[in-house]
Design a protein around this ligand. Structure first.
Ligand SMILES: [Zn+2]
Length: 93
């Protein structure tokens, strides 16, 4: 799939890379491998789309961070069960 680079407007491909992410409580950073990424063929920028960033942040917020090792694949992270002690998305009550 060909996409446009957000930085230089050049041709970019979708791929994956390793990212380092700080946990929501700030206690430590984890390595997330095989994370969907945009890889620009023109300026060599490798970055995550806003959508992917949101997916990671939402997931880290909702899963038990103690279950996450120092390194995890994106797929494993997304498959971790979410804790639904509180419904974070119900703003009506
Ligand atoms: Zn670029």
């Amino acid at each position: 799939m060909e996409i446009k680079c957000e930085w230089c407007g050049g041709n970019a491909n979708s791929g994956e890379n390793t990212v380092y992410w700080e946990l929501p409580d700030g206690s430590r950073a984890i390595e997330i491998t095989m994370t969907p990424a945009v890889i620009c063929l023109d300026c060599d920028m490798v970055y995550q789309t806003d959508n992917t960033i949101k997916e990671i942040e939402d997931q880290l917020f909702l899963v038990d961070n103690k279950k996450i090792d120092s390194s995890i694949t994106f797929k494993e992270l997304m498959e971790l069960p979410r804790m639904l002690k509180r419904n974070y998305f119900d703003f009506s009550s």
